[in-house]
Design a protein. Structure first.
Length: 154
């Protein structure tokens, strides 16, 4: 009896793992698409046009940086982008990703340099949670982003 119960628990757990990337309607989640969206966001954040990255976010996106109020919607993000210093050496390092057919959540770390050489500033390091949404055009865009400063000494 004990072996049977253990076997049933094992089979149910294994089945749950096998279905974790499949949506109820049969569409699957491809984590590689999120990695590609992250690389595109890194490039957009370093583009000569300081507003390029804003279009990697949904129209209703919410962005929260450490110690700052939330920016809500693309108009607010465009205003923020125009006021920012250019970025360089942008890097997103995902640690954990979970997703379904049209939503994905990434926990990870990011870093960047404010400014471009020869006027580059210090390296900023943060922890992040990004909620990605796959929109009607098939593109993954950031719907919500929360940045938290890395503790000093890391």
């Amino acid at each position: 009896m004990r072996v049977t119960v253990f076997f049933l628990i094992f089979v149910v757990a294994l089945g749950g793992c096998a279905m974790s990337n499949r949506h109820r309607d049969g569409r699957s989640f491809d984590e590689a698409e999120i990695r590609a969206a992250e690389r595109a966001l890194e490039q957009a954040l370093q583009a000569p046009d300081p507003t390029t990255w804003v279009y990697s976010y949904t129209e209703d996106a919410v962005f929260v940086a450490p110690g700052a109020p939330a920016f809500q919607g693309r108009t607010a993000l465009l205003q923020m982008a125009r006021a920012m210093r250019p970025l360089s050496s942008v890097s997103i390092q995902p640690i954990r990703t979970e997703g379904s057919a049209n939503l994905a959540t990434v926990y990870g770390h990011a870093s960047w340099v404010s400014g471009k050489p020869p006027d580059a500033g210090n390296v900023t390091k943060v922890r992040l949670i990004i909620v990605w949404r796959k929109e009607a055009d098939g593109q993954w865009r950031v719907a919500q982003e929360l940045l938290n400063a890395e503790p000093t000494g890391r």
